[in-house]
Design a protein around this ligand. Sequence first.
Ligand code: AMP
Ligand code: ZN
Length: 123
Amino acid sequence: MDNCIFCKIAAKQLPANIVYEDDELMAFKDIKPAAPIHLLVIPKKHISSLSDCNASHHELLGKMLALVPKLAAEHGIAPVGDETGPFSGGYKTLINTGPEGGQEVYHLHAHLLGGPRPWTLDR
Ligand code: AMP
Ligand code: ZN
């Protein structure tokens, strides 16, 4: 879609720090990280928001969500089950939807946030 920054990143017309790519999905580092690890998972195809999704998107949404634990493991933020240290792993997966949901970029994306706190989520 014209003038969509994430479409441009998907088409490699805009630079991004890409950490994963396949035929349907891309993941890259958030330009303004709110946590030590802050990645965005997008479909390459333009979908404005989660509220535009329906049963025809089951497979795509499943792939987006299933990519999260793989990325978390690769970036060292998977839960390790040890809560005695300063950082025991684990992460937050977030899809902001619509203006009251805090969505700023209208191309569907899932945030993956993790790493030692504090995080600055409330921007
Ligand atoms: P949201 O508020 O859920 O729409 O989140 C949009 C996210 O996209 C924010 O966390 C921004 O920092 C991030 N963002 C905006 N432009 C870029 C970009 N060019 N590259 C990487 N992340 C971006
Ligand atoms: Zn787009």
